[in-house]
Design a binder for this molecule. Sequence first.
Ligand code: GBH
Length: 565
Amino acid sequence: MPRSFEATMSSIPATERSNLLAEEGDGKDYERREPQNKEKLCKFLGIGLACFLLLSMLICAIHNEPSLPTNTATTTITTSGKNIDGQKNNGLSTASTSDGTNHTFPSSFLFGSATSSYQVEGATHEDGRGMTIWDTFCYEGGHVLKNESADVACDHYHRYRDDVKLMKSLNLQAYRLSIAWTRILPNGYGGNVNQAGIKFYNRLIDTLIEHNIEPWITLYHWDLPQQLEDDVGGWLDHSGNSVVVDAFGEYARICFREFGDRVKHWITLNEPWTVAVHGYNDGVKAPGRSQMGATETYIAAHNQLLAHGKAASIYKHEFAREQKGKIGMSNSADFRYPLTDSKDDRDAAERAMLFQFGWFMEPVIRGDYPDVMRKRLGDRLPKFTKDQRYQLLGSCDFFGINTYSSALASKPDSESVWSGYWQDMFVTTSVDPSWDKNFMGWPTVPDATRELLLWISKRYNYPLLYITENGTAEDEEDVKTAQQDEGRRRFFEGHLRACAAAIEAGVHLAGYFAWSFMDNFEWEYGYQRRFGICFVDFETQQRTPKRSALWYSKVIATGGQNIAR
Ligand code: GBH
């Protein structure tokens, strides 16, 4: 990794520190493991001056309370938000993403595509699958456009073989799928494993491997077992007894045990931000709550983080050594440029980043929420116990980034009288009129992806990153329009160039997953928004690769050496 010596010396990432710690012991007893590490380090102290210096750093780091890397400023944001169209110099030494420069990717770079269980599988009442909060949310009516549900969706449950063949024909090297918790454990709890569910995912995983496509598995992509919602309020977990966290741990353990011989990349949660904010503050996604956003949002996030920590710790202590896989989490990250160069606006942009991405990153990197969240929320922000902090610290071998959009951030004129997540964040967003907007109404800003990757890398000391989702929706009701999806093709071209530029600037980005492999059930938008690189005719279930898919397959064929127009 092209990291300067000074940077290496100035701080050892907390993840590395705690990975070091996690190599020993059971992951709970931090105190007990410490001396063993010291011994281990001491053995090497004689080797030479360079090693001596580095190792002293490690020892210092181990002895310190977890703390943020030294670089905590938004140093990558060098201009006002106005100057970001990629044609002008934005103050970075990397090549512009839209200047036609032929960026390349390292040969090991992984190109894939992604979906999620509820969005594509269908067959919601088949083979013993239990109900989820998304089934309920759809059936209730009034939440999803046209009151659609994912009962059929892309019928991937029955068509997965053809889908995998299509992936192969598009040169995809990896497929990120999610497992439906209630196909494995119909009521969410352990003890009652549904063998039909195990068989389905075995067949899917085996088919992928036969086609030389790496399966990447997300354990939770929003389809929470309804029984857990009924019993303890789902992620709010009123039990006071970590019922949901324990159930998730048990479910994860079953997945590692059944599939871990072939699956080498696990993602515990998909976008806990979206679940917390859209599910408990804005009420637009299941379970559709919004009355108590000022507290419930943070509780739902907290319990998801604990569930992640639990599953990651189970993997690291019971499976990783033998199965030799990696585990991480996928988080939402939409870059915020400061509207102006004023300190207020720069602080607002940073606050927005920390209230979205830092909220879930910092517990893993340093064992606690961002300071600015603690400052603004006080006691409304849940606290981690010491054990929970150490379970979370270093729990990610890699970080999944889901990125779609961007905005300009500024400081609002006054504090709101209302309370909730957005008021807590205290940021006004706006858009640059030169930006493109997609069919969701989201600005699509390729250069923001490079800025995002640099911001994360500088702030958190160059962790291993994968873009686990990036994509766009176009207005394409029929297959003919979809086959000419120049907008989406241009989106991928711009974003891939931005990724390559970020790598050139030192970002440790190892792979990219286009969202989504095919048009699917787009949550509260039902089938009315299409994110696929393959068009799906929902009447006939016919799949047709769009222009963007064919273009992407060519990029992959050249190993990313040629991002042609
Ligand atoms: C992802 O979520 C999901 O993982 C996936 O299932 C879904 O199909 C896909 O994206 C497309 O929607 O400007 O502050 O309002 C979307 C996550 C997070 C993207 C918030 C847009 C805008 C944040 N979204 N983001 S804000």
